[in-house]
Write a protein that binds this ligand. Sequence first.
Ligand SMILES: Cc1ncc(COP(=O)(O)O)c(C=O)c1O
Length: 414
Amino acid sequence: MAVLDQLTSQQAIDLENKYGAHNYHPLPVVLNRGEGVYVWDVEGKKYYDFLSAYSAVNQGHCHPKIISAMVQQAQTLTLTSRAFYNDMLGKFEKFACEFFNFDKLLPMNTGAEAVETALKLCRKWAYEVKGIDENQAEIIVCENNFHGRTTTIISFSNDPVARKNFGPYTKGFIKIAYNSIEALEEALKNNPNVSGFLVEPIQGEAGVYVPDEGYLTQAKALCEKYNVLFIADEVQTGIARTGELLAVDHEQVKPDILILGKAISGGVYPVSAVLANNAVMNVIKPGNHGSTFGGNPVAAAVAMAALEVIRDENLAENASELGVLFRSELNKYIETSQIVKLVRGKGLLNAIVINDDEESETAWNICMALKENGLLAKPTHGNIIRFAPPLVMTKAQLLDCVQIITNTLKQFEV
Ligand SMILES: Cc1ncc(COP(=O)(O)O)c(C=O)c1O
């Protein structure tokens, strides 16, 4: 089979099943083109993308400005490694530091790598600045977190599917309830070894759990009180998704360490980053950490273009406005619905909770029916369906999507 042979959907699925590890359970749709809020399958059927590659494609598929930055840079210089300087990385670092208001940036490639970077940075700070005894540093994390798939990260997950038979696990983490200031204070007081609090401002993978207003502000204040770093994982919530540039901006909270990934490249290229001020980032010295591809010239060019699109097209404002509209339209439907319990979220990161138990197939079946009706979404956990379209969506398109969603849900009402 030649690379350019046109496959049917079934052929593509069969190939993945036979030759690919079965580490995902995709919806049976095979895409071969994307533009803005739309994707097309290999048979030419058009869909609204209501997942945006887990909030990576915030700027819409194949945004011309981002693609052009990538093509131009790819024809000039792609990779130097950090053994040498390149003329793009510094520009990107300055741009992103000013954009997010931090002193320094450490570039990586994937979200999980950026989380690992933040954990290492926090531990090093703990020993070299806070003065914790060697190997005693502890980091507080939240129940039902999702921060990626590395061995250390799954060590503090409580998802049995992600953890089982991958031990032994990394030590040094304390798990507390999400959205509980009392639990945080309890974990902080009388434990001088705590060096960081790692938190998702909204728990995306867990099912779009939005904490109470004031939670992030109070958590940050507690971190300051106990001299502990507040580490915000904005890999999914960041870059305008929730209606502000960062989800912490809803409460004007400034993290000590900010973790970004996904939409920092508009979903065009793997780019992630950790940002911090000098007092924290300066503990990192040559040889402490790195990545062959981290901060490569293509990544730098793509990320700068992707952030410019967020700013120039006012995507945070659009996400905010469309998010309010989306929830209010769905709430009208839910008033008389038996099948949907509620809609929740911020900006264009939303989820509906299906009125069925977690083990039921209903959410999956609804996603299959949505697919038939021209809209792609995926359950997060059991009975929860996440809705996260590209932020370049128009109001008319959003209302069209609401129609598709509510018409589909009607098929499932008893
Ligand atoms: C909050 C959060 N952190 C980290 C990650 C991991 O990112 P990646 O899949 O790029 O490693 C994700 C991915 O969904 C995420 O949602």
